[in-house]
Design a protein around this ligand. Sequence first.
Ligand SMILES: [Zn+2]
Length: 105
Amino acid sequence: MNYKYLFALGIFATSVSIILIILSIPLELPILLIIGIILLVVSVIFTISVPLIEMFSKDKVLDIEELKKQGLTVIKCSNCMRINVKEDIYCIYCGEKLDPDVQQL
Ligand SMILES: [Zn+2]
C-alpha cells in the first residue's frame, strides 16, 4: 500500500470539502454545507490517521534497507513468507525454523 497516495487523497478530499462549504454560502444550499462539513471531518481524520498507520506498520515490518546497511542478511521465512534476518534461527513472526539456504533477498 502506498501511503503517499492515501495522504494525497486525504488532502484532496479536505480541499473538496472546503470548496463545498465555501460554495454553499453563495448558492444558499444548506445541504451542501452539511455534506461539506461531514466530508471535512472525515477527510481530516483520514489524513491524520494515514501517517499514524504508516508509523505503526513500519514498527512491525523490518526495514530491509536498514538491515542490509547493518551488514545483516535478509531472508524470507519459508512458512509465512515474511522478512527475517538470517542471523535469527527462528522466524520472528510465526516461529518456524529459518532455512538459511532459501529465499535470500
Ligand atoms: Zn514465518
